[in-house]
Ligand binder design. Sequence first.
Ligand code: SF4
Length: 144
Amino acid sequence: MYIISACLLGTDCKYNGGNNYCEAVEKLIKGHNYIAVCPEVTGGFSTPRPPAEIRKGRVYRPDGEDVTEGFREGAKMVFNEVQRKSEEGGEEIEMAILKARSPSCGSGTIYDGAFSGTVIKGDGVFAQLLKQKGIKVITEEDIL
Ligand code: SF4
């Protein structure tokens, strides 16, 4: 079973109310069991919502609001739900395909927290949690 960022499959859960539909992801998962998730929506954030970026391990809105706890909570809730479904179905979580550079889903690179478009090394909150649990994480850019 794969874990997929819901916005990559066309769900309008992106901060600006849109999505990040990616045909390559849809093709890759065809015929494969998967679970589409959005840790920010699960964490209680509305859509649309202001953007967020990670600075020194915490997540901020452009106005300086610290939304770290909501991001962490959403990530944990999604992971618990995925794990429950995996156990119930007797199906191993093979990997996660997540949206590149998102403060939740980004893997390997994220924005630097200054809302300047600058990219640095790092993981989003959800991607980081999955890696800690031993789950392989890639982004849509790895399969393009
Ligand atoms: Fe997409 Fe992840 Fe952002 Fe949700 S939290 S909109 S799934 S990148």
